[in-house]
Ligand binder design. Structure first.
Ligand code: ADP
Length: 170
């Protein structure tokens, strides 16, 4: 199976790249961002300091340092407001730009967290639909990206992602 929902800590996954749900500074934060910086070690922050931040929807790449993953792709999800401020397009751009960068670096396996659905408050049903639709659409015909993991951290997110994926595959 090319697309898989895996519950647990994204920092433990043995994939070529993990995606970080970062903030615009790209210098670390809470949630999955904090977990990735802790697990990768201080060299990750040093590498991020050279990136000069990122805009919402953009993606930038560093090495993975102490992580099992070779690379971290840092993308900035939108803060959800009321859904009328381009949130859906910006969230989609995070997945698109991350996959584009993965291709440029010949990454074969990649894991995404559920971008924007924690501190940034994006409604999970809508965010999961954007995540799964965008990723499946972009990778279904690609030989280079062999595996995509949707890394989820709680039961509800796991259930919703699994449902979206099964709808798309059927
Ligand atoms: P954002 O600011 O983009 O909303 P958060 O880190 O607050 O990012 O939350 C995004 C998602 O990542 C949430 O579903 C949260 O439960 C999940 N998460 C937090 N820590 C981890 C981790 N170590 N591995 C995978 N997912 C995580």
């Amino acid at each position: 199976m090319k697309w898989e929902v895996v519950k647990g800590d994204i920092t433990t996954l043995e994939v070529d790249a993990i995606v970080n749900a970062a903030n615009k500074s790209l210098l670390g934060g809470g949630g999955v961002d904090g977990a990735i910086h802790r697990a990768a070690g201080p060299e990750l922050k040093e590498a991020c300091q050279k990136l000069n931040g990122a805009e919402t929807g953009e993606a930038k790449l560093t090495e993975g340092f102490n992580l099992p993953a070779d690379y971290v792709i840092h993308t900035v999800g939108p803060v959800y407001n009321d859904g009328t401020r381009g949130e859906a397009e910006l969230l989609k751009a995070c997945y698109e730009n991350s996959i584009k960068l993965a291709r440029e670096h010949h990454i074969k396996s990649i894991a995404f967290p559920s971008i924007s659905t924690g501190a940034y408050r994006y409604p999970i049903e809508e965010a999961a639909e954007i995540a799964v639709d965008t990723v499946v659409q972009l990778t279904k015909d690609s030989d280079e990206i062999e595996k995509v993991v949707f890394s989820v951290f709680d039961d509800q997110t796991e259930k919703i992602y699994k449902k979206k994926l099964s709808e798309i595959e059927s």
